[in-house]
Ligand binder design. Structure first.
Ligand code: ZN
Length: 255
């Protein structure tokens, strides 16, 4: 394919060969946000278009706010890898992937410039509008691949997105001393915690045992929704924030 018209008005087009058809006639019903984790935006753009990389995303958002579309929204880009949400594992077939230029944790993680975030907001509005994607399905790569991925990370300003009407958030309940659930705990309270995480969409086995995967998912939840302390311990603030988040989901998840 030599080119296509961008789905997002104003986006530049640079075609990546790394895509295929969405499987099982799935349509996009979620947005997954990433950081590029490479030294420069130019190197990330080249990598995502290099057949040898076997990775891509629908969009790349540069630090100056330029948006590059590489894969049509109707096609399946290769950005999520081994992931799951609401039990679905082929996230690439049901999502639009947006890579946001940032060196990431291994190359000098830094704040996302405002003009870049403004562009991400406008892009998410466009994608969500075209595909009727509800706010709670605008997610981090770390949400759908807990323990394996941490992007876009703790500096990503979910608050700014939410203030603009993009994504789903509640103000985190303040941290206070008190009982907490942690690795090694078992019982009905752990089962309730796991059930709530799964009800939001996280991939966690409801076993009643606070095992390693539960700890990893709690940390992923905290990285997005209760960022003051990301430690994998389900303290009162974490649990209360999760309860309030669930209570504020406006529409049922479509899948
Ligand atoms: Zn990612």
């Amino acid at each position: 394919m030599s080119g296509f018209l961008p789905d997002q008005p104003g986006a530049e087009v640079r075609v990546s060969p790394n895509f295929g058809p969405r499987r099982d006639t799935l349509r996009p019903d979620m947005i997954v946000l990433h950081y590029t984790g490479m030294a420069t935006g130019a190197s990330a753009e080249a990598w995502l278009c290099d057949p040898a990389s076997e990775v891509s995303s629908h969009y790349l958002v540069h630090e100056d706010g330029r948006i590059v579309q590489m894969v049509r929204e109707s096609d399946r880009a290769w950005h999520a890898g081994k992931s799951s949400w609401f039990g679905r594992v082929d996230i690439n077939s049901c999502s639009v992937g947006i890579e946001i230029v940032n060196p990431g944790h291994s190359l000098g993680y830094k704040a996302f410039p405002k003009r870049q975030i403004d562009a991400v907001i406008g892009l998410c509005e466009g994608v969500a509008g075209r595909h009727s994607i509800p706010p709670q399905r605008v997610l981090a790569h770390s949400d759908v691949a807990p323990g394996r991925k941490v992007d876009p990370g703790e500096k990503f300003p979910w608050k700014a997105l939410f203030a603009a009407g993009v994504g789903h958030l509640v103000a985190a309940t303040p941290i206070s001393h008190g009982a907490a659930l942690r690795a090694g705990d078992t019982g009905a309270d752990v089962e309730a915690l796991q059930s709530m995480l799964a009800l939001y969409g996280y991939s966690v086995e409801i076993s009643g045992a606070f095992d390693r995967q539960t700890e990893i998912v709690v940390a992923a939840f905290q990285l997005h929704f209760r960022r003051r302390l990301v430690d994998g311990v389900a303290d009162g603030s974490t649990i209360r924030t999760l309860q309030r988040l669930l209570a504020s989901v406006k529409t049922a998840s479509p899948k």
